[in-house]
Design a protein around this ligand. Structure first.
Ligand code: HEC
Length: 89
C-alpha cells in the first residue's frame, strides 16, 4: 500500500504545478517565468504582486540569492514579462 500512496502524492504535486502555471497570463516569457520562478513556490505568488520594473529587478535579485537559476538573458525576459503583466501603472 505504501507504494500506491507515494504515486498518489507525486501525481497531485504535478497537477498543482500545472494549474499554478496557468495563473500566468499568456505572453512572451511566460514559460521562462514558470520554469525559473515556479521551482520553490507556486508562481501564483508572483502573479499576486504589482511592482515597477526596478522593484521586480530587486526581487529577482533576491530570488537569485536564495538560489534561483537564470541566465542574464532569461532575467531580462522575466523582467520584461513581469513589468508588462504585473507592473505598476
Ligand atoms: C531557490 C528558490 C526560489 C526560486 C527559484 C524563486 N524563489 Fe521566490 N521565494 C523564495 C523564498 C524562499 C521566498 C520567501 C518565502 C516565501 O514567502 O515563501 C520567496 C518569495 C517570493 C515572493 C514573495 C515576496 C514577498 O515579499 O512577499 C515573490 C513575489 C517571489 N518569491 C517571486 C519570485 C520570482 C519572480 C522568481 C523567479 C525569478 C522566484 N521567486 C524564484 C524562493 C525562490
Amino acid at each position: 500500500m505504501r507504494r500506491g500512496r507515494y504515486w498518489c502524492a507525486c501525481f497531485s504535486l504535478t497537477l498543482i504545478g500545472a494549474v499554478s502555471a496557468q495563473n500566468l497570463p499568456d505572453g512572451e516569457g511566460r514559460s521562462t517565468v514558470a520554469k525559473v520562478c515556479g521551482g520553490c513556490h507556486e508562481v501564483s505568488i508572483v502573479a499576486s504582486q504589482k511592482m515597477s520594473r526596478p522593484e521586480w529587478a530587486d526581487l529577482v535579485d533576491q530570488m537569485m540569492d536564495k538560489g534561483a537559476k537564470a541566465t542574464e538573458k532569461e532575467v531580462q525576459t522575466i523582467l520584461d514579462y513581469l513589468s508588462t503583466h504585473f507592473g505598476k501603472k
